[in-house]
Design a protein around this ligand. Sequence first.
Ligand code: SF4
Length: 247
Amino acid sequence: MTTEQLNAELEGQEAETVIRRAWETFGEDLVFATSLAAEDQIITEIIARNRWPIALVTLDTGRLFPETYALLAETERRYGIKIRVFFPDRVQVEEMVAEQGINLFYDRVENRQRCCRVRKIEPLRRALAPYRAWVCGLRREQSVTRTATRVVEHDAANGLVKISPLADWDEQRVWAAIAARQVPYSPLHDQGFRSIGCACCTRAVTRTEGVRSGRWWWEEPEHKECGLHVGTRHPNAEPSTLPGERT
Ligand code: SF4
């Protein structure tokens, strides 16, 4: 089966169906990378409720909100799960800060991208390295950089299959699911933070602003990705084979 065939099967399906099928397809080669965002909390609840033994990982950039650490602890306690935390490489962080300062990201887009590479992308690559596929909470309507997100696609940057069970969800549906299932979420969402990343790079926004407009608010919208979700296969690209599977 190809990624395109699996995508064709799962587009429009319920999130639970998508995750179940991903688990059936990849088994222990499947990992869920959670940022503890509201979307990710819904996926965590589905995995925990079904007792699927899918590995959960997250990143600690070293610049997160205190509320995010509290939510991590609360989520593990509530669902009786362990979420493995990956940290940036100490040497890379020390070199970056020595060369460009502790708050380099405010100066230039390139500096911000370097910080995201060091604090997010490199740890994510390490976290994903043992696996063939990963689940994430991307939604198409989150930003102009995510409108082409597919439920199943080839993640060229990380060399594995990326599965986004909530790709076609809108924000209203996310919060309805959070309420219906009493899923724990960051209290920052109730203070106007519609998307939450590092504390120094995230601010509250009004309801009329875009979901991710509070992230790197000093940059243009087309730059607003940390690099975790770039390099996925274009919808019109040639079909690719699922790693380890035959066509
Ligand atoms: Fe660095 Fe900001 Fe990116 Fe966090 S969001 S890794 S602090 S640039």
